[in-house]
Ligand binder design. Structure first.
Ligand code: JFZ
Length: 442
C-alpha cells in the first residue's frame, strides 16, 4: 500500500509478483547459466600483447583501439570448435535450468543473422546462425532460454549516449526503429525463448525514451504472451530506472543483483530477482589471463544456496573462447557443481524463502507448495550440533541427511521452539543438506 502515488504514464504496470505458470517456473529454476560470447572472445582481454585492465567484453572501449580495427574482428570470427550440444550438455550436467545468452553485446555484433545490420555472424567466415543451434540444443536439454540484448550498440551509426542536437535526435529515431526491428526479429526467429535480458540501458539517450520503451515493451508482451522482461529495460518519464517514481518494480523481476547478493529478505522488497555472477572478479567475456581470485565450487554453491534462501535464482557466467570451446576451468567448475547438485538439487529447485531465522551454519530453503525444509550446511560447529528455530506450534517430525534419508538424525528440543540437530559424522569440505519434516506441535 503506497501512501502517496504519483500519476505515472510510463511507470510499472503491476504491483506484486506475476502469478502465471511461466513466471512460476522461472521462480523455481534455482540455478542458471549466463553465456557471454562474441567478437571480444577473440582477443580474450589482450590487444597487441598488452592486457586490458577492464572486463574482456569491454576491450573495444580501450583507448587506442579504433572502431574500424575492433569491428574488423568480424573477419576473424570462425569458431571451429563451437558445438551447441556440448554447451547445453555442460549446462545440464551443472544443473542449470535456464540460460541467458548474449545475442548482441555492447559492440553490436549479432550472433544471429539480423536483416537490419551487416554486422552479424552472416558476414563472418563462420556464416551460420549461432543462436538457432544454441536455442535448439538448450531446448532439447529442457533448459529454458533467455535472450540477452544490449540496447547500447557501439556499431550502429544512430547510437548516441545523449541527445543534444537535432542531428542526434534524427539519428536516434533511426536507432530506435532498428532496436524495435531487431527485438521483434529475435522473438520471431526464436519463438521458444522465454524472455529478454536487457542491458546497456543506462545512458541518457535511452532514459529519455520512456514512452517509446513502454510501448515497445507492451508490443513485445502482446507478441509473445508470457514473455519475461526484467527491470533493466526502461525508465519511467522521470528517468527512474528499475523502480518507478512510486518505488514499484518495473518489469517482472529485479535485475540489479549484479555480482552481489542480498543479505536479508527485506533487501528484495517482495520481488522476484536473480543474481548474475562471474567466476573471476569482473570478467564476463573470455579472458585468457583468468586472473585474480577465481571462485571455487564451494563459494559458488554457497552463493546459489544463499540466493535460493532469499527467494532468488543464481546465474553463473561462462565466457567461451574465440574458437567456440568452453575453457577447461569452467568445464571443471560446471562438473563439480553438477556433482553436488546430483544429490542435493532437491534443496535448490522449486524452493523458496523459508521464513526462519538465519543460523550460522548456512541457509534454509523451503519446498514451494509443501512444508518440507532444507538446511544447506556450509559451516559445521565444533559441537556438531546445528541450531534451528521453528515458528511456534511446529516441531520437527523427522530430520535426515538428503544424501541418507533412511538414517534419521536426533533433533533435540532445547527450548520452546529451538532445536539442535545432532550430526553423526560429516564429510569435511563438502556442503550438505539436512531435511526437516516439520509437524504440528502437540
Ligand atoms: C553489464 C555489461 O556492461 C557487462 O559487460 C556484462 O554484460 C554485464 C552482465 O552487464 O555490466 C553491468 C551492468 C549493470 C551493473 C553492473 C555492470 N550494475 O547495475 O551494477
Amino acid at each position: 500500500a503506497q501512501a502517496q502515488q504519483i500519476e505515472l504514464k510510463h511507470g510499472s504496470h503491476r504491483i506484486g509478483k506475476r502469478t502465471d505458470a511461466v513466471m512460476q517456473k522461472w521462480r523455481g529454476y534455482g540455478l542458471g547459466q549466463f553465456i557471454h560470447w562474441g567478437l571480444y572472445a577473440i582477443p580474450g582481454g589482450e590487444w597487441n600483447g598488452k592486457q586490458y585492465n577492464g572486463a574482456a567484453e569491454w576491450i573495444r572501449s580501450w583507448n587506442g583501439i579504433p572502431k574500424s580495427t575492433y569491428d574488423s574482428l568480424i573477419y576473424k570470427f570462425n569458431p571451429v570448435n563451437f558445438n551447441a550440444e556440448e554447451w547445453a550438455v555442460t549446462a545440464k550436467q551443472m544443473g542449470a535450468r535456464y540460460v541467458t545468452i548474449t545475442t548482441k553485446h555492447h559492440d553490436g555484433f549479432c550472433l544471429w543473422p539480423s536483416k537490419y545490420t551487416r554486422y552479424t555472424i552472416a558476414n563472418s567466415p563462420w556464416k551460420k546462425d549461432i543462436m538457432k543451434p544454441l536455442v535448439d540444443a538448450y531446448d532439447k536439454q529442457g533448459i529454458d532460454v533467455i535472450l540477452y540484448f544490449s540496447v547500447m550498440d557501439w556499431n550502429h551509426p544512430g547510437w548516441r549516449y545523449d541527445i543534444k542536437t537535432k542531428e542526434d535526435s534524427i539519428a536516434f529515431e533511426g536507432f530506435k526503429q532498428f532496436t524495435r526491428n531487431q527485438l521483434l526479429e529475435l522473438l520471431t526467429l526464436y519463438p521458444t525463448a522465454k524472455g529478454l535480458w536487457f542491458d546497456g540501458t543506462w545512458d541518457k539517450s535511452w532514459i529519455k525514451q520512456a514512452a517509446f520503451a513502454d510501448e515497445l515493451e507492451t508490443e513485445m508482451r502482446k507478441f509473445r504472451p508470457g514473455l519475461i522482461i526484467g527491470s533493466r529495460f526502461r525508465a519511467d518519464e522521470n528517468g527512474k530506472r528499475h523502480f518507478d517514481s512510486n518505488g514499484v518494480l518495473m518489469g517482472d523481476y529485479e535485475q540489479g543483483w549484479e555480482r552481489k547478493i542480498p543479505n536479508k529478505i527485506e533487501d528484495v522488497h517482495g520481488n522476484d530477482w536473480d543474481c548474475v555472477m562471474t567466476v573471476p572478479e569482473n570478467q564476463w567475456g573470455y579472458n585468457k589471463a583468468w586472473k585474480g581470485h577465481i571462485k571455487t565450487r564451494n563459494e559458488l554453491l554457497e552463493m546459489t544456496a544463499k540466493c535460493v534462501s532469499l527467494g532468488g535464482n543464481f546465474v553463473l557466467n561462462f565466457g567461451p573462447q574465440g574458437d567456440g570451446a568452453i575453457r577447461k576451468e569452467e568445464k571443471q567448475l560446471a562438473a563439480q557443481i553438477g556433482d553436488w547438485m546430483k544429490t542435493n538439487s532437491e534443496a535448490i529447485y522449486n524452493c523458496e524463502y523459508a521464513g526462519l531465522e538465519k543460523q550460522d551454519w548456512g541457509y534454509f530453503t523451503k519446498k514451494t507448495g509443501s512444508d518440507k525444509l532444507y538446511m544447506i550446511v556450509f559451516n559445521v560447529p565444533v559441537s556438531g550440533a546445528l541450531k534451528v528455530k521453528l515458528p511456534a506450534n511446529t516441531s520437527i517430525g523427522k530430520s535426515y541427511l538428503l544424501a541418507q534419508p533412511a538414517q534419521l538424525l536426533n533433533a533435540e528440543e532445547i527450548s520452546g521452539t529451538e532445536y539442535f540437530i545432532h550430526l553423526k559424522n560429516t564429510a569435511a569440505g563438502n556442503p550438505f543438506v539436512v531435511v526437516l519434516e516439520p509437524t504440528a506441535k502437540k
